[in-house]
Design a protein around this ligand. Structure first.
Ligand code: GDP
Ligand code: MN
Length: 380
């Protein structure tokens, strides 16, 4: 789950990281009022779940409240990386002497939180990693001991030659490490971590991604979810109790169980296709869940075929079959469906499907081959 910058800033602030104040506005008038309250020069920043807002024209400096209002008018409603801006953050503009990067990700490779810092901040860290990887310093933190003072200070000196600034940065790194555990983050980053001409070190941008598995046991964090800023398919899937991840291909996959879903995607690739999604309808799947799954998959115009791969265990084949039939009544399906179904109540399921005019296979390879062929516009 992604947080907005203003929410991430608030979390950093609560953990003692220096962040300039700010106010959220949803209209140009509110932006003007905020700018007036803050006084002086302000920065108007699009609040969307995307990076690179600066480059996209979503971050603008304003010399007056009237200018802040004009910037807010331009930024509100604009789209950045496919996401519409509904809110802007108004903050006092900081004078910037230098921009660094500080981030922590939970890294699968080392199975540890990895702290990454770079004196080349402000811009895309991916670009720095690709072009000048020597400018990024990494430390895999041993979670038994946490981020130790001397480790943080070492990285602080990788950013700043000045001892006061290095200490300030080290303190911020240790606090950011606390944030990761406090909110269940898979990523927490500050870019830019800026110095002012007076030498102060502060966070001017903040990004936090919460591990979805951590959201449920943190009601305060769950309350920060902004569904208006999320992909509509993902919101619909979550509300229907489905695990859904959108991908770039054209074979819609509807599977029960995460392992089988992974195997299905592998097989789609093996036979030369590209999955359009990962979708796990879960264990005890009621017909309505299948209807929701079909609705979500068919809302994507890139999906050329839908492949069901059901291995009935706790999931009953007849429930899934009923869901497919029900969905064809509720939705007008424009793409072919390939069904592979075996296991619990297979006989009943086949009967329901045959009556409704569907055919189903029991062999997984056959079904996947057919689906891939159909996605390529070939008759199966
Ligand atoms: P991002 O592009 O989505 O990462 O948005 P950022 O919040 O990082 O802003 C992009 C850039 O705008 C920063 O790297 C800064 O150069 C500039 N910027 C952001 N806030 C301020 C500010 O308060 N003062 C000044 N002078 N520049 C700012
Ligand atoms: Mn940034």
């Amino acid at each position: 789950m992604n947080l907005h910058e203003y929410q991430a800033r608030e979390i950093l602030r609560r953990h003692g990281i220096p962040v300039p104040p700010g106010e959220v506005a949803t209209t140009p008038g509110e932006a003007r009022a905020s700018a007036q309250r803050l006084g002086g020069k302000v920065v108007v920043k699009a609040q969307v779940h995307a990076g690179g807002r600066g480059k996209a024209g979503g971050v603008k400096l304003a010399n007056s409240a009237a200018e802040a209002e004009a910037h807010a008018r331009a930024i509100l409603g604009m789209t950045i990386k496919g996401l519409t801006v509904h809110k802007v953050l108004i903050a006092p503009a900081a004078a910037i002497a230098s921009e660094s990067y500080v981030g922590i990700i939970v890294d699968r490779g080392s199975q540890r939180p990895v702290l990454m810092v770079s004196p080349a901040g402000g811009i895309d860290i991916e670009e720095v990693a690709a072009k000048t990887p020597e400018k990024i310093h990494r430390l895999a933190v041993d979670p038994r001991y946490g981020l130790l003072s001397h480790q943080a200070l070492g990285l602080g000196f990788a950013l700043y030659g000045d001892v006061h600034q290095a200490r300030a940065a080290a303190d911020i790194m240790q606090k950011l490490y606390q944030v990761v555990y406090a909110v269940g983050a898979s990523l927490a980053e500050i870019n830019p971590l800026a110095t002012t001409p007076e030498g102060a070190v502060q966070a001017l941008d903040a990004k936090i991604v919460i591990d979805d598995n951590e959201v449920e046991r943190r009601p305060d964090i769950a309350a920060l979810r902004d569904v208006t800023a999320e992909a509509p398919e993902e919101v619909a899937a979550r509300e229907a109790g489905l695990t859904f991840i959108k991908l770039d291909g054209n074979v819609g996959c509807c599977v029960n169980g995460a392992g089988l879903a992974m195997a299905t995607m592998d097989l789609v690739k093996y036979y030369g296709g590209e999955p359009a999604n990962f979708l796990d309808i879960g264990g005890s799947s009621k017909a309505q869940k299948v209807v929701a799954a079909l609705r979500i998959m068919t809302s994507d115009p890139r999906v050329k075929v839908i492949l069901f791969n059901i291995f009935g265990g706790i999931t009953r084949g007849d429930d899934v079959a009923n869901g497919i039939v029900q969905a064809t009544h509720e939705l007008s399906l424009k793409v072919p469906i390939v069904i592979r179904l075996t296991g619990t109540n297979e006989g009943e399921a086949m009967e329901i499907l045959t009556k409704a005019g569907f055919s189903a296979l029991t062999d997984m390879d056959e079904a996947v081959k057919q689906a891939v062929a159909l996605a390529k516009g070939k008759a199966a």
